[in-house]
Structures are given as structure tokens and as C-alpha cells.
Write a protein that binds this ligand. Structure first.
Ligand code: GDP
Ligand code: MG
Length: 484
């Protein structure tokens, strides 16, 4: 995940001065407002990283925290780390730096405990958080912090919790940074790329472009001479990857309002349990557009979810609309409604593999293998595949703020490259998208990304039709229907 720092240049300069390291760079390891106030997450991301700085931002504009001169660890005890210190950077939104050195109970500079977030000093001089509180994303949260300064840090200076943090431990955020070389900062590369405006794919983010794409997709007609009036796009992917939401997004664009016809949601199991072939109308009560988005159940793990043995029937168009997926029984010619006579118009003309951008690097091998198998089975039939890289807003905070940065984000580019490598699919078949999820109004930028992905998908579907024009002309579909 590309995290955005809350710390300012001025804050960083002050820390460099206190550390006596003019070259220090601060790399953000953990950010509670987006990753949650969870000691386990903190330890997973911040243990054994050498010296770190914890910076807290409270509800009344104070910025404060602590420098740990030694690594955090999950097991263990009190650590004597005399170079550590606590600090205040801002007081009620005013830059007002103050350092509280370790000058008291030195055996208790840091405390490593798996149930605690960053914890400094014998009196719990500063315990950033404990227990678990969810990500607060711009809201305030009380995460059981403590700030009893004066036991190990700032002893005899006449200070207390009020001069440390205004007596307030209701947080906007808590961040932990590791300290490296200034130019080695991961994020500065992301920033640099964004600032320099290097685009790795060109898009016009204008009202006219949205309208043009909307009309292009609405005006799409499959290649004539094939008796195919609508092309079928099969949506597959793990549960929660945004398949149903992609249909909803496209449908919303043509409905002129955010709509949620397909059930979408965040449940551990698929909300979609029936096979649905969705159509979109160009306008209310108007003609249906010349494509169907065919929504499937999530792949999920082990034996639940969409079964790969069912896949050939989905690709070949044998499965009836509203078919109820059944973990115990595979699709077969005995399935009620099974379309024995499925022809070119019923087949899948393009497979859209939905992948959650946030999950790509942590996807279990089995799940990625399943996606790869689907891609290969489609490939065997000559059916083109694309990847919809969903939730780009959740994967990169820069993009969350401004979707037009999607093709300038190094993080998103790396994800595209990673997927391309893992699946063996060319990069130009991979489309970052953001689906409507919490928005209540249409958004041009969301629409432009989704429509340009769909326009490409329709183009690939047409390529497939072109390719099989001859096979169809000779009515020789048999050879396309290889069931393995
Ligand atoms: N922020 C964000 N949330 C998304 C996006 N796409 C889907 N979601 C959310 O992810 C959850 C799962 O989506 P859903 O479409 O039901 O996934 P499916 O199981 O693949 O059909 C829902 O809560 C959606 O609102 C996206 O691009 N951005
Ligand atoms: Mg679904």
C-alpha cells in the first residue's frame, strides 16, 4: 500500500536536528488511521527495523511522539535505550517544538510487548495505543493511549501531559517511521513521479472524453455476419474483488445515478451465488446495449466458491441465466436449463479477471493459481482475457485523493507489472479501475476509467469474433468446444 505521510518537511527538519543527522530520511512503516490501531499490525510492520520515530496527531492539533533509538520487538521486556526521547512538534496547530530527553528511569526507556503499540518510559510516559481500534480515516479515535511524562523522559522539566499533547489522546493518526538515508525514501520516488507528471498511460480527464467513451460503448455493435447481437463478458475473481461492483459501475453510468442492481458487499463468502448475465440499457426504458456482463460467484479458497470444473461450461455458454451455483454438484448436461445447443452468441467472448489491487502481493499462491488456470483455459479456446485491477483508491492514498493520478502512480504501475508477470498477460490487457462503493453521485473520473476498460474489452471481444468468423461460417463449432 502506498501510504501518505502526514509529517511535514518542517517536522522532518526538526527531527533531523534533534537526531543530529542532517541526512536522515523518514520512511513511513505504519499508519494507524488507514491500517488500524492494532498492536499486532504495528509489530508486524515495525519490529526489527532499527531506530524509529512514532508521531501522533491528536484531535486538537497537537503533534507529538517519541524516538526509539533501538528496534521494536514483539517479545521481551524493558529496553535501556538512552538516546531515545519524547517530543512535541506542534501545539494546537502551531509549530512549537520541544524535546523531552531520557533522563529518569533509564532501565525503562522502551517496552516491547505484543499487546502494546509503541511504548516509552517507566510511567507509561507515552504509550501510543493498546487494544485494537479500527482504521479511523479522518475521524477521531481514542485508542487507549497514555502520556504520563516525567518518569523516564523530561524528568524535572516541570512538564506533564498538558505540555506534551495538550492532555488529549484522541487521535487523528499515529504514524511510525523508520530512519534511513534521505534519498532512499520509498515515498519520495512516488512523490517525484507524481510531481514530474510522468504518465505511463495517457488519458484525457475531461467531460468530453467521458461523453465520447460513453457513446463509443453505447454505439458498439459486434462484428456483423455472426448472429451475435451481444457479446458476453465473463467476470471472474475472488470474493470481494469487485465483480458485481464493476457491473454496478457501468450500469450507474448509463442510468445517470449510482445504482446497485447487483448485490455487492464485504462478506467472507460470495454475495453472488447465482450466475447472472446483466444487460445495460442506454437510457431508461431504452434499447439494451450490445454486451452482457456475466457475474459469477467468488473463487474463494479450497472447495467453496466457483468450481473450476464448471468453468468450461461458462466459457462455452451452456449455463442458463440465474443458475444457482452449488458447491456439492457440478454443472453438467443434466443441470436444469443447461443450454445444449449453445452457439457463438452464448459463448464467452472475453474474460475479465477481477483482482483487488491491495491483495495482489499477499494473495495465497492457490488463489493466484486458480486465476492463472482460468486465464489458460480461456486462452486454449482463443478467448481473450483482461484484468480489472479494482480498488485503486484503497491501494494508493494519492489516487484516493485524486483519481487522475492513477497512471502516474508508481505503486499502481508496479501492481500492473506484477500481475502481468504472475499471469503472463500483457500490460495493455490490465486496467486499473475504481468502482462506485461509497459515492452517492456519479464521478467523471470513475466513469472514464471504467468506460475505457470496457471499451477495450469490447474491442478484444470483437477480435475474438473476427478470429472465429470462419469457424462459425462453416458451422464447425465442435472443434471450439474442447472440454477438458
Ligand atoms: N473502495 C473501493 N471499494 C470497492 C471497489 N470495488 C468494490 N468495492 C467494495 O468491495 C466490496 C466487494 O465488492 P463486490 O462487488 O461485492 O465483489 P465481488 O464479490 O467480486 O462481486 C464491496 O463492499 C464494494 O463496495 C473499488 O474500486 N473501490
Ligand atoms: Mg459479487
Amino acid at each position: 500500500m502506498a501510504l501518505r505521510k502526514r509529517m511535514t518537511e518542517q517536522d522532518e527538519d526538526q527531527l533531523r536536528e534533534w537526531l543530529g543527522k542532517p541526512d536522515a530520511g523518514f520512511e513511513l512503516l505504519f499508519k494507524a488511521s488507514t491500517q488500524g490501531y492494532n498492536p499486532a499490525t504495528f509489530h508486524q510492520l515495525c519490529d526489527n527495523k532499527g531506530p524509529t520515530v512514532t508521531v501522533a496527531y491528536n484531535a486538537i492539533g497537537w503533534v507529538f511522539g517519541g524516538y526509539a533509538s533501538q528496534s521494536w520487538a514483539s517479545q521481551g521486556d524493558w529496553v535501556q535505550a538512552p538516546d531515545s526521547f519524547l517530543f512535541r512538534l506542534s501545539n494546537a496547530n502551531k509549530f512549537d517544538p520541544l524535546k523531552f530527553p531520557a533522563n529518569g528511569n533509564m532501565a525503562h526507556c522502551l517496552y516491547n510487548h505484543q499487546g502494546y503499540g509503541p511504548m516509552f518510559g517507566a510511567g507509561h510516559d507515552f504509550l501510543a495505543f493498546t487494544g485494537t481500534s479500527p482504521a479511523n480515516n479522518g475521524n477521531f479515535v481514542s485508542a487507549n493511549g497514555q502520556g504520563n511524562i516525567g518518569n523516564t523522559y523530561g524528568v524535572g522539566m516541570g512538564h506533564n501531559i498538558n505540555s506534551f499533547c495538550g492532555g488529549n489522546l484522541t487521535y487523528l493518526d499515529v504514524e511510525v517511521y523508520s530512519i534511513g538515508k534521505r534519498e532512499a525514501k520509498e515515498e519520495s520516488i512516488e512523490n517525484k513521479m507524481l510531481q514530474e507528471g510522468k504518465e505511463w498511460r495517457k488519458v484525457h480527464w475531461s467531460d468530453e472524453e467521458r461523453e465520447r467513451l460513453k457513446q463509443q460503448v453505447a454505439g458498439y455493435k459486434p462484428r456483423p455476419g455472426m448472429s451475435v447481437s451481444q457479446v458476453n463478458v465473463l467476470l471472474v475473481g475472488q470474493v470481494g474483488s469487485g465483480k458485481s461492483s464493476f457491473f454496478n459501475t457501468i450500469n450507474s453510468i448509463y442510468k445517470g445515478r449510482v445504482s446497485s442492481q447487483a448485490m455487492a458487499g464485504s462478506q467472507p463468502h460470495s454475495l453472488t451465488t447465482r450466475y447472472r448475465t446483466y444487460e445495460v440499457r442506454g437510457e431508461r426504458g431504452g434499447e439494451t446495449l450490445c454486451f452482457r456482463l456475466c457475474d459469477t460467484m467468488g473463487l474463494e479458497d479450497a472447495n467453496t466458491g466457483l468450481d473450476l470444473d464448471d468453468l468450461p461450461y461458462l466459457l462455452d455458454g451452456n449455463v442458463p441465466d440465474r443458475y444457482q451455483f452449488n458447491a456439492a454438484v457440478n454443472i453438467s448436461p443434466a443441470t436444469p436449463g443447461f443450454k445444449n445447443m449453445a452457439g457463438m452468441k452464448d459463448r464467452t467472448h472475453c474474460v475479465a479477471l477481477a483482482l483487488d489491487t491491495c491483495n495482489i502481493s499477499v494473495m495465497p499462491q492457490g488463489a493466484m493459481d486458480k486465476i492463472k488456470t482460468i486465464y489458460n483455459k480461456a486462452l486454449k479456446r482463443g478467448i481473450p482475457s483482461v484484468v480489472l485491477l479494482t480498488k485503486v483508491d484503497k491501494a494508493c492514498e494519492f489516487v484516493a485523493d485524486d483519481l487522475t493520478l492513477v497512471y502516474r502512480s508508481r505503486f499502481i504501475l508496479e501492481k500492473v507489472q506484477e500481475v502481468s508477470e504472475k499471469l503472463g498477460l500483457p500490460e495493455y490487457h490490465i486496467f486499473p479501475v475504481q468502482n462506485y462503493s461509497k459515492q452517492t453521485c456519479l464521478d467523471n473520473q470513475i466513469d472514464i476509467l471504467a468506460l475505457s476498460a470496457l471499451a477495450q474489452i469490447l474491442g478484444f471481444a470483437d477480435d475474438y469474433l473476427d478470429e472465429h468468423y470462419e469457424a462459425l461460417a462453416t458451422e464447425n463449432l465442435e472443434k471450439l468446444n474442447v472440454k477438458e
